[in-house]
Write a protein that binds this ligand. Structure first.
Ligand code: DGL
Length: 270
């Protein structure tokens, strides 16, 4: 099974794309809603949560872990790789490659949580691939709570986005990385505010493609997943399970909206 975790619903944008790109594999999702947002917490705290999330997914039978949270990937992925003997895919690596290859004027914006932007991970990875790129990071700490609340079209959300995106417009970027898996839920507003010339890179799409190519080249992992699948229900979507550490009515609505079907959220204290 493919284990996916995030601090909340954001990683569901990644899970939805993985469902589309790798429909043959069952998914196990864990959203640590009780501790969201991660991005405003210290690296030590985020690493502690990330360890616990990984262990929960492994105990449920995951054979590969997707860290579908930029804040966790930016602060904790090296620790997870050192401590757990399973493949760990993060949301940053494939996204930086896409941005570095795609920019024409070599001016790239990145929006994310404070933990992600302050880590400098996107800048470091992009510069390794294309040293001449200029990277402009903007922390957007208010967006995750607004999204978790389901405020996807409110006037206040638009005002806050304007405040965050105006400096990036002034830098004349041609590429904008959504460095938080919650942000694809605001793509419609972000594209409008940043301008339609700017190419938006959604880390959920890049990560799902990266995972697919990893699985296509890892027969030893896919055969263990297939063996486990013999116990699964026949219809592929029924075999995906969604765990959360807390549940609220806006969360249920968002989850249903992301997948376009009723999602059965299982509350657990991982
Ligand atoms: N979806 C998470 C990310 O990609 C949000 C992190 C948070 O909870 O702050 O960074």
């Amino acid at each position: 099974m493919i284990g996916i975790f995030d601090s909340g619903v954001g990683g569901m944008t990644v899970a939805r794309t993985i469902e589309q790109v790798c429909p043959q594999y069952p998914l196990l999702y864990f959203g640590d809603v009780a501790h969201t947002p991660y991005g405003s917490k210290s690296s030590e705290t985020i690493t502690g949560y990330s360890r616990r999330n990984t262990e929960f997914l492994l105990n449920q039978g995951a054979k590969v872990i997707v860290v579908a949270c930029n804040s966790a990937a930016a602060t904790s992925v090296d620790t997870l790789r050192a401590e757990y003997a399973v493949p760990i895919i993060d949301v940053i690596t494939a996204t930086t490659r896409k941005a570095a290859e795609g920019t024409v004027n070599r001016r790239i914006g990145i929006i994310g949580t404070r933990a992600t932007v302050q880590s400098g991970i996107y800048e470091k990875q992009i510069k390794q691939l294309r040293p001449a790129c200029q990277i402009y990071g903007q922390a957007c700490p208010l967006l995750v709570p607004l999204i978790e609340e389901g405020w996807l079209n409110q006037r206040e959300t638009k005002m806050i986005l304007r405040r965050y995106l105006t400096p990036l417009r002034q830098h004349q970027i041609d590429t904008l990385i959504l460095g938080c898996t919650h942000y694809p839920l605001l793509t419609h507003l972000i594209q409008k505010r940043i301008g339609k010339r700017v190419h938006i890179i959604d880390s959920s799409i890049e990560t799902a493609r990266h995972l697919k190519s990893f699985l296509d080249n890892s027969p030893e992992i896919t055969s263990t997943i297939r063996k486990k699948m013999q116990d699964c229900p026949p219809h592929h979507l029924e075999k995906n399970r969604f765990f959360v550490s807390d549940s609220t009515p806006p969360l249920q609505k968002l989850a249903n909206g992301i997948f376009g079907r009723k999602i059965n959220l299982i509350t657990t204290h991982a």
